[in-house]
Design a protein around this ligand. Sequence first.
Ligand SMILES: [Zn+2]
Length: 437
Amino acid sequence: MAKANYWHFSSDYYCRSLNTLEIGLNQITAYKSWRNHDPGRGNPIDMRYKAMPILTKEDMRKFGPDKFSPADLNINDAIERGEISFVETSGTTGDQVINIWNQSWWDASEKSSWKLNSDAIRLATGNHREAILVNPLNVGIVSDKVDLSLEQRHLARFLYLNEKTDPLSWNNAHMDRMIEELEIFQPVILEANPSLLARLCRYITVNRKQVFQPGMIVLTYECPTIIHYRQIKDVFHVPVVSSYGTTETGYVFMQCEEGNYHQNVDFCRVDFQPFQEEHGGPDLGRILVTTFNNPWYYMIRFYVGDIVRLQESNSCPCGRNSGMILSSLEGRWDNVTLTISGRLVSLGELDRNLSVIKDIEEYQLIQLAQGVYEIHLVSQQENKKDLNSEVYTVLQNLYGQESQTTIYYEKDIAPGPSGKYVLARALFPIDINDFLE
Ligand SMILES: [Zn+2]
């Protein structure tokens, strides 16, 4: 894509890209077969990356974590020293992957991402108090049967506000405890799953509770929707930004104070593959992430499963211009649905359409077959007739006038098995290769 020519990368970035690829091809078992794809050292580094296959979770399961470490390093010694460990990501059995966890690299990657947001760089010192409201399946301590005390959930500078894996089990006392603990702990930063924080915010709004205002809120683990943002902004009058990364890749993008997402160029390379024009390309596409500076674990062109939208002008009023700039995270590939004519609809596009309806608290859209959808809604609106007609109009305009939708009203919508919410999905396989340019 001609677009790539507009991105500005430092010469250091190209050095790191080159070193990482050379070590990968020459010293790492998992990438041995990739050498056959290499056009050779005399070629531009971007061209060499582009010629390589992609790394999937299936590859990672097939090889096992140690095959992503240079062959001459002794992993067992490093584990014994406490330098690294093996960690398993949460999810259904089919999604689980064992990774090599390197805490000091992770911390450095996080620290590097802070400079991409003026509030983060001002507030995050590395020893600031941080409250965390996430599903304990992702991080923290699971305790579904017994409530844990504040002391039991207070580890170093972190306070884990929630120990329950099922947010539907949160009762008023549990949410009151979170509100109280924010007041006691006075976090500088509140890090949260957007769906869980939105849930707490709905409770605060309905019950007109007062809540402590942290310096800023960082959303992570899930793609935040406009509806989540709105519910959170009703309660918290502080900067709310989204940080994007994964267990495998560390911190990849950080939203700046202007709302765009900047690449964490010192810690990762990102390759962008656009979708075909009729499916949202050339600005909509998937990303492949290559990690830098982690001597124990080489992720090269890792398909994280997420799709993003490039910032059209590739510039941002904040002035940061190094690396890729995104205007939005568009959700996971697993969240895409298709219109009646087969056009791709990202979660981001669905959300922008549904979010004009003010009375939706939560939604989950499921595509059953071509042109057939069901939507599950949580809404306090009593006049369901008007709401129904608004929803039908929005979905017909998006998916096609002939599309058929059934609406179900729910008291609550549960998260998926990994602890993260699934806001949209199709019940039939959609092959990403059919949509890439
Ligand atoms: Zn910016």
